[in-house]
Design a binder for this molecule. Structure first.
Ligand code: FAD
Ligand code: NAI
Length: 515
């Protein structure tokens, strides 16, 4: 009999086979993704006799609903001024060119073209919802306008998924002088401004005070947006700008201002401490218990509370100011709330019930950042809510179809008296199926954890695992952060482009040209 191979050898053989089959599986998956993206099947025409289901928005909530919705059951119309889905978790990486902006955009046309039945899309902003007449006023406010650019769309069912806008709390000067970080345009503007500050700081005969001001990058808001951006910015400086513009290497400064006693309040204490220690190492200044009260074109005025409770005013000159202090309600949502008496006590958005129906209405649903369902305004929540609504609407359509069948069978009982027993049996079976379908459980959010990049190839993660919580930070967490976000990207195309961007910026450095 042949001699048995040693255990160690068998282990390596197993490892080799695992790698080999994973590589084949991965390549096949990739090839299928590429093929599928380019070759959508023919679509059914929308059926105008079906109910009009109007979806406002093309963000996390709306797209997750569209992904799982059986569009052949409804006459689906999508309205949004943005004709693409944006993968927001990688938006801070676009401000420095670690990832290129088009890599995290997925055209809504491609998403809709992959549905079984065609979906109408109007690139427009919804400006008013009239729940009495069940119509939405829409406005094409893009640069190119046709003869018709303002009109109305009627709905039988409406999903409001318009997200939120940037909170400024009415602080003077914020709107006029800050950059925000919510949309692709914001990231592009920041990228341009960083390099503009650097180039202007090295302009001939610039005074030392002006150089210090131009190279002072201030981030307001120590939530995950502010923290991730500050980390990306410092990386950009340490890994690239410093190399190409060495004369400013000791003058570039990033300051993060937060009104609360610590940054990242939604993370566990240990990760907050880790983030603050990492920032210290990276030479990012954190100013906690400091609330910005006023902004001018060149300065930020903040009120700092000392350990003794004493308040002092600090005026800081800046070159770039990024404002990341969370969400505010969009005007269209505020207007809808003002028309519904049941919404009068809601402040942060449309109060919804456990089926995400807007309180005080019966045919309007809301998801994501514009809905108040008792969860944080995150992509995780919005996408789970969107997927829940898809299941709900698919089930509603199925149960309506069965109700029609039961109705038809009941009518035929009178017309075919000889067949009564068979028909009654069929009705009973349908009713059983209907009961099963109608047993839809309310929306339940499953928190999978929080992740944030903090610079220097480190990340923090509070992950829910086996009914417990697992907090971790560092280089390995960074690899986990990258793989988690990569797997969450919308399409194979996005995934491939993001990986190529990461490789490109690692190999050649980020591009410091100002577009
Ligand atoms: P959005 O995704 O904002 O989509 C709103 C849509 O509505 C857009 O298509 C918009 O164009 C459209 N719209 C706006 N006004 C109108 C109108 N009047 N009529 C019609 N359409 C309209 N969450 C996480 O869970 N993990 C993360 O890592 C994470 N990272 C983030 C990073 C950044 C920089 C930011 C800004 C947010 C991040 N978030 C993250 C939060 C997450 O992006 C939001 O919670 C999520 O986008 C909310 O989804 P939504 O569908 O409600 O809104
Ligand atoms: P946020 O609401 O989480 O944080 C804003 C911060 O700004 C708060 O800590 C607040 O105290 C501070 N602030 C407000 N006014 C201020 C002032 N005048 N001066 C100084 N500080 C002030 O907002 P953010 O980071 O934009 O996030 C919005 C939502 O998106 C959150 O729900 C967040 O969880 C989610 N998000 C998640 C990410 C992730 O999971 N990695 C990344 C980015 C956003």
């Amino acid at each position: 009999a042949p001699a048995k191979k040693p255990k160690r050898f068998r282990f390596f053989r197993f490892l080799w086979r695992l790698t080999y089959f994973s590589a084949i599986g991965g390549t096949a998956y990739l090839a299928y993704g590429v093929y599928d993206q380019k070759h959508p099947d023919d679509q059914f025409e929308p059926d105008p006799t079906k109910k009009n289901l109007v979806i406002l928005g093309t963000g996390w909530g709306a797209v997750s609903l569209l992904k799982k919705l059986d569009t052949e059951n409804y006459n689906v119309i999508v309205i949004s001024p943005r004709n693409y889905f944006l993968f927001t978790p990688l938006l801070p990486s676009c401000t420095t060119g670690t990832v290129e902006h088009r890599s995290i955009m997925e055209p809504i046309r491609s998403i809709l073209r992959h549905k079984k039945a065609a979906v109408k899309y109007y690139e427009a902003e919804a400006t008013k919802i009239d729940p009495e007449r069940k119509v939405i006023a829409i406005d094409d406010n893009s640069d190119i306008k046709g003869a018709s650019n303002k009109t109305e769309v009627s709905y039988d069912m409406l999903v409001v998924s318009v997200g939120a806008e940037n909170a400024t709390f009415g602080i003077p000067g914020v709107k006029e002088h800050s950059c925000f970080l919510k949309e692709i345009g914001d990231a592009q503007q920041i990228r341009k401004k960083i390099m503009d500050c650097v180039e202007t700081a090295t302009f001939k005969d610039q005074s030392p005070e002006e150089v210090a001001r131009l190279l002072h990058m201030v981030v307001v808001g120590g939530g995950p947006t502010g923290v991730e951006f500050a980390g990306e910015l410092q990386d950009f400086f340490d890994e690239d700008i410093k190399k190409w513009v060495p004369e400013i290497s000791d003058k570039f400064k990033v300051t993060l201002i937060e009104a609360l006693p610590n940054v990242l309040p939604m993370f566990s204490k240990q990760l907050i401490d880790y983030t603050e220690a990492t920032f210290k190492e990276e030479k990012i200044t954190i100013m906690t218990k400091t609330a910005v009260k006023k902004v001018t074109d060149k300065t930020v005025e903040a009120e700092a509370t000392g350990p003794d409770g004493k308040k002092t005013i600090q005026i800081m000159p800046y070159g770039l100011l990024v404002w990341a202090t969370g969400n505010a309600v969009r005007p269209i949502v505020r207007d809808l709330m003002s028309q519904i008496p049941a919404q009068k006590d809601s402040r942060r958005g449309l109060a919804v019930n456990e089926y995400l129906v807007v309180q005080g209405t019966k045919d309007i649903w809301a998801t994501g950042d514009c809905a108040v369902a008792g969860y944080a305004p995150t992509a995780q929540v919005a996408s789970q809510e969107g997927a829940f609504l898809a299941r709900l609407f698919n089930t509603m359509a199925k149960s309506e179809a069965i109700e029609h069948q039961i109705h038809d069978l009941s009518s035929s009982l009178n017309l075919q008296p000889g067949n009564t027993a068979d028909i009654a049996k069929e009705i009973e079976a349908h009713e059983k199926q209907l009961r099963r379908i109608k047993d839809i459980k309310p929306f339940h959010y499953t928190h999978q954890g929080s992740l944030a990049y903090i610079g220097s190839e480190r990340a923090v993660a509070d992950v829910s695992w086996l009914n417990g919580n697992f907090a971790t930070g560092g280089g390995l967490t960074y690899l986990f952060w990258r793989s988690a976000y990569l797997s969450m990207c919308f399409s194979t195309r996005n995934r491939v482009l993001v990986v190529l961007d990461w490789l490109k910026s690692k190999a050649f450095g980020r591009d410091v040209s100002r577009e």
